[in-house]
Design a protein around this ligand. Structure first.
Ligand SMILES: [Zn+2]
Length: 72
């Protein structure tokens, strides 16, 4: 992961991050590998407290399209 920013201004420490490398991923339907990025979305992950304050990791992840034209 690559940490983009850390916000300590509120009651929750918020770490914004994204994946560092972008390897191909297998389609869950047909298994063909793809690097075709359709969009990104943010997963909110809770982590252990830091100095008594809760921590949330906002991880930006890729959403890929299958490159197999025959795949539904
Ligand atoms: Zn597929």
């Amino acid at each position: 992961m690559l940490v983009v920013s850390v916000d300590v201004s509120g009651p929750v420490v918020v770490v914004s991050a994204r994946t560092r490398s972008h390897p191909p991923a297998g389609c869950t339907g047909c298994g063909v590998l793809s690097t075709w990025v359709h969009s990104r979305y943010v997963r909110h992950l809770a982590d252990v407290a830091l100095g008594g304050r809760p921590v949330r990791i906002d991880l930006s992840v890729r959403r890929l399209c299958c490159e197999n034209l025959a795949c539904s």
